[in-house]
Design a protein around this ligand. Structure first.
Ligand code: UT7
Length: 338
């Protein structure tokens, strides 16, 4: 029997309209555009300011766009998985709210918590459901409203994050395109370097957790930086090697957008030139589970059938991964961008 591949047949995305740039940030904390550009590479990020709207709102917008672009009847979707660490509430899941709001009435779905690797872990899950033959239309969504867990009095974290959502549609194919290989990893001992202390079962919300500002991202930047570069590069080099790919074979590296210096160091270790790397961190910052599908959405018009892509991420947990995809369609025809 011929192997079924899970193929990405479309991309949808949503970025909120409000922009927080470095000049505005430098009025909020002791920082500067120069420092942020030199050390991180972010110029501006999007912030969801609409009252009563949160992650599921952005996810719904991204999924609706995806279904429209791919001419997919929402009722035909079997399964939706959402990578997120900023659900609207502890329960129900973002996936369930999005299924309702986007009209996926015949789908089931759930959220997956793997921080910045949320999209890749979700893609790995969705891919296997397609390959098994169980489902025919799977939506993989990455959505995070990082502004809801960012302390805008802490200059070491507040320049980093932004809000966004983006999604892909997976369908079966017996051709040579699709999600062809993956390597995933976790190391829970890394939790001490990057976490949010309160709001879970260990430290439920209390006056004390609020006074101590424990409902915000805590990060030891330098420690995370070192792990991020080595893990993303290690798994990406390994996936290239075991698929007999050299840097010339790669059309695009699609890295998690946490820091331009991390992206450049990863690309260097893979022997990949800057023109082969999808970078939009300057405009959107680190949108956690959304960065990778947001890159695919942003650069869709550059993608051609047969292009080899390496997607790679590193995030809290620690979590990391690398995925090899052979792209299945001409992005120019559908993206609306030039
Ligand atoms: O997506 C999840 C995974 N996360 C990551 O991959 C993030 C990894 N880490 C990083 O990207 C970087 O470590 C940061 C961008 C977070 C920080 O950059 P860094 O080059 O590692 O800076 P640092 O923490 O070593 O700080 C250097 C100096 C310090 O001052 P002193 O102690 O040398 O006087 C900081 O207080 O820079 C200072 N600093 C700032 N100065 C101006 C820290 N943040 C700022 C700021 N503006 N926003």
């Amino acid at each position: 029997m011929k192997k079924i591949n899970a193929v990405i047949t479309g991309v949808g995305g949503y970025i909120p309209p409000d922009i927080l740039d470095n000049f505005e940030l430098s009025r909020m904390v002791d920082t500067s555009d120069e420092w942020i550009m030199q050390r991180i590479g972010i110029k501006e990020r999007r912030i969801l300011k609409e009252k009563g709207k949160a992650t599921a709102h952005m996810g719904t917008k991204a999924v609706k766009e995806l279904l429209k672009k791919t001419n997919t009847n929402p009722e035909d979707v079997d399964f939706l998985i959402c990578g997120t660490i900023t659900p609207d509430m502890p329960f129900p899941a973002v996936a369930q709210i999005v299924c309702d709001k986007a009209g996926l009435h015949n789908a089931f779905g759930y959220d997956l918590n793997a921080a910045c690797s949320g999209f890749l872990f979700a893609l790995e899950t969705g891919r296997r459901f397609i390959e098994s033959g169980a489902y025919k239309k799977v939506v993989v969504l990455g959505a995070d409203m990082m502004s809801s867990v960012t302390n805008y009095e802490d200059r070491t974290t507040c320049p980093l994050f932004g809000d966004a959502a983006a999604a892909v549609l997976l369908e079966p194919s017996s051709g040579e395109c699709g999600v062809l290989d993956s390597i995933m990893g976790v190391d829970g001992s890394g939790a001490k370097h990057l976490h949010m202390v309160a709001g879970g079962s260990l430290h439920p919300a209390s006056h004390e957790t609020i006074d101590k500002k424990q409902h915000f991202v805590f990060q030891e930047g330098q420690a995370v930086f070192k792990f991020a570069v080595s893990k993303m590069a290690d798994v990406s080099v390994e996936i290239m090697k075991r698929n007999n790919l050299t840097h010339d074979d790669i059309a695009f590296l699609v890295p998690h957008q946490a820091n331009l210096r991390i992206i450049e160091a990863t690309a260097r270790r893979m022997g990949i030139n800057r023109e082969q790397v999808m970078i939009n961190i300057d405009r959107f910052g680190n949108t956690t589970a959304a960065t990778i599908p947001l890159c695919l959405w942003d650069f869709e018009h550059h993608l051609k059938k047969g292009d080899n892509l390496i997607l790679t991420s590193f995030g809290a947990g620690f979590t990391w991964g690398s995925v090899y995809i052979k792209w299945a369609y001409d992005g120019k025809k559908v993206s609306g961008k030039k």
